[in-house]
Design a protein around this ligand. Sequence first.
Ligand code: UDP
Ligand code: MG
Length: 136
Amino acid sequence: MNSTEQTLSIIKPDAVERDLVEKIQKKFLEKKIKVLKSKKIQISKEEASDFYKVHQTKPFYDRLCSYLSSGPIVVMVLEGENVIQENRKIMGATDPKNADEGTIRKLYGISIDKNSVHGSDSIENAKKEIDFFFKD
Ligand code: UDP
Ligand code: MG
């Protein structure tokens, strides 16, 4: 079943640093996904820890939070048909080594840590994550 959805996308520090913002946004536009909102910010480690709290028991949690707060990021609200799953497809697998050809992580990801993008993984998390960055 198709429906218009919104999801949260983040361009992580490694990709912002390498000037990949426009190239990544083009991948969305090519798939008829709208970039409804977009802002470049830098968050504190506390904010990153709050954002990624679902991972708080994981061995990589501390490194992940340090990394996300290490430099500017671009946070975006994307909108389109089934955009939550579509964005996950366009992103590719978490580890760029396992990502399909043509995906953002295959093209631009450096490592499992520096994998260039974040995308919400469910309707519930998309709502929470959009609110986290764009609550007025
Ligand atoms: N991550 C990591 N090591 C791992 C698994 C994940 O550094 O073994 C990082 C990676 O940057 C990933 C983020 O933690 O993007 C969140 O992990 P998740 O499993 O939610 O992957 P994603 O949804 O980003 O594909
Ligand atoms: Mg995830």
